[in-house]
Design a protein around this ligand. Structure first.
Ligand code: FAD
Length: 540
């Protein structure tokens, strides 16, 4: 099974001529997780994505694999236990991509009291089965300020350090997709489900439109799972099965500023005046801050950060940190995502549960919504269990995804990752390249970093490194468009935008070469890239 963008016609042909046990609609983390679970149990599995993998919410989250401390406040013990325990599992499956990080929780006169926080975090660690050495540590006011001298001292009472993991949501989704392909699933992006196909009154496949050629194909499958995130209800409407529960979408915005403007030493989860809490997370040359949480009723394909969102986050930072006075003009990038939550009457955006739910229609469409990145594996297990039990008369293996490593060749543990980073720094040094790229490469591509480096050629430069990454991404990660690469394969648009402005022409050049673009396509791509670069600081 190929995951190269250059093998599209072969993949389309297979989707058209073969028939499947399970067809998943939606290539976010939920859909890709289901594809991996199903394929690894021996089901003949396909997945289609209308845009790029992780195009929806799965590239626009806070990028944490976390237990969700705030869900403890909402007394959602079951959710905290499940996602809390999943953190260590997902870390083991991809230690280069799900990285342990202590989170600093400053306590001010706005926070829960010290005793309540201490007990709360203890319960949090206990529910998640955190190892003794990683359990929460309470800090005095002085210790908290030593840990993060940038914090304002006036309202500070103390603090706590507790264990979390950070990740890149889109990379995690791509690695799960690649792993599903290694297990025999057929996954294709830029193919949109436009209608369902029925046999004897039951869903028996979908009609899908190729977003490059506009031609339609029919894909046959015994079961269809709708994992379309914020678009779940659109597909349920198409299936005439919008009854009872429905989605409630809330928008969450993150802004990115240069690291020098907000040089936090580590990830921080701090209080805001309105009673909400916000993360500030350093990553490479930048620090990102988020999130907002507001009801959303607009166009699902045009979700933007507004001036109000940006100002809210800037004010929150300026109130929490000493000698930091960010302005909207300091923002170098941003993203906005939609939480596909399940509506509960009378509850506000922040109060809605983050639990996932499965809906089954009378015609047999299985839809899954809600949930978190962190819980993707358990959501997939539950969905495939249900599909097998209720819709397929097949003898399949139990779920084994807790043992399936997400990148091959893989790292055994995080120490090995750190050693590999050191070796890569040396190699970059030999090539006269900035050692900054060592972590960047390893966190993105794991041990495939070596393969990319060896494809740079004799003239090593930042441009030739990026071109080698593009060749890798096109041939191995089904990358078709500049945005696929800059947002979802690398995060360069979010976390390294100033450098990207300098290298943009080289990226277009390499794509043109890979796909043999004509001059019109080249012109369109250049114009599209300028729009993309402008969009992340255009708050309206
Ligand atoms: P999506 O990622 O949106 O995927 C659905 C896909 O379906 C899309 O790619 C879409 O293009 C595709 N699709 C739609 N219609 C069709 C069609 N007709 N045909 C084919 N494809 C279609 N969780 C965490 O664990 N940690 C966090 O730190 C965290 N932070 C968050 C912060 C914010 C601001 C938000 C909004 C969410 C956050 N979450 C977090 C939650 C998490 O990101 C989501 O639960 C998760 O990404 C949802 O994934 P999904 O696959 O269900 O949806």
């Amino acid at each position: 099974m190929s995951f190269s963008a250059l093998d599209r016609s072969v993949n389309i042909e297979r989707l058209t001529t073969e028939s499947f046990d399970l067809l998943v609609i939606g290539g976010g983390i939920t859909g890709c997780g289901i594809a991996l679970d199903a394929a690894s149990r021996g089901l003949k599995t396909a997945l289609i994505e209308k845009s790029d993998f992780a195009y929806g919410t799965s590239s626009r989250s806070t990028k944490l694999i976390h237990g969700g401390l705030r869900y403890l406040k909402q007394l959602e013990f079951g959710l905290v236990k499940e996602v809390g325990s999943e953190r260590a599992i997902v870390h083991r499956l991809a230690p280069h991509l799900v990285i342990p990080e202590k989170m600093l929780l400053p306590l001010t006169d706005r926070s829960l009291g010290e005793t309540l926080t201490s007990v709360g975090l203890k319960v949090y660690d206990w529910l998640a089965g955190v190892k003794r050495e990683d359990r929460r540590k309470m800090l005095t006011r002085q210790q908290t300020l030593r840990q993060e001298p940038l914090l304002k001292g006036d309202r500070l009472k103390g603090g706590a350090l507790y264990a979390e993991y950070r990740t890149d949501d889109a990379r995690l989704t791509i690695e799960i997709a690649k792993t599903a392909v290694r297990h025999g699933a057929l996954l294709l992006n830029y193919l949109k489900a436009v209608d369902f196909v029925y046999a004897n009154g039951k869903v028996a496949g979908v009609r899908a439109r190729d977003e490059f050629t506009n031609s339609e194909i029919e894909i046959k499958s015994k079961v269809v799972v709708n994992a379309a995130g914020p678009w779940v209800d659109e597909l349920r409407k198409l299936n005439h099965s919008m009854k009872e529960k429905q989605l409630h979408l809330t928008k969450g915005v993150h802004i990115v500023v240069p690291f020098e403007k907000l040089p936090v030493r580590q990830s921080i989860y701090f209080d805001v005046e309105d009673g909400r809490m916000i993360f500030a997370i350093p990553r490479g040359r930048a620090t990102y801050v988020g999130t907002t949480d507001t009801n959303y009723l607009g166009n699902l394909d045009e979700v933007h950060a507004s001036k109000e969102d940006a100002t809210y986050l800037i004010n929150a930072v300026n109130q929490a940190f000493e000698s930091v006075s960010l302005r909207v003009e300091d923002i170098e990038s941003s993203w906005a995502g939609l939480r596909p939550l399940i509506h509960e009457e009378g509850k506000s955006a922040s109060e809605l549960s983050r639990k996932d739910e499965i809906f089954e229609s009378d015609t047999g469409l299985v839809s899954i919504a809600g949930g978190k990145l962190t819980g993707y594996r358990k959501m997939a297990e539950r969905t495939v269990d249900l599909v097998v039990d209720e819709y397929l008369d097949l003898d399949v293996r139990d779920c084994t995804t807790h043992k399936i490593k997400l990148t091959e060749p893989h790292f055994s543990n995080y120490d090995e990752v750190k050693e590999y980073v050191v070796q890569l720094k040396k190699k970059l040094d030999d090539l006269d390249l900035d050692p900054f790229y060592a972590k960047y490469l390893v966190h993105n591509y794991g041990k495939h970093s070596d393969r990319i480096l060896s494809d740079i050629g004799s003239d090593a430069s930042e441009a030739s490194l990026m071109k080698a990454e593009i060749r890798y991404a096109v041939r191995n990660e089904m990358t078709h468009k500049l945005d696929d690469f800059l947002i979802r394969r690398t995060g360069r648009l979010f976390f390294d935008r100033p450098k990207l402005e300098l290298l943009a022409d080289f990226a277009v050049e390499e794509f043109a070469k890979s796909f043999q673009w004509n001059s019109q396509q080249l012109w369109d791509a250049r114009a599209g890239l300028q729009r993309t670069l402008a969009s992340v600081t255009d708050f309206h």
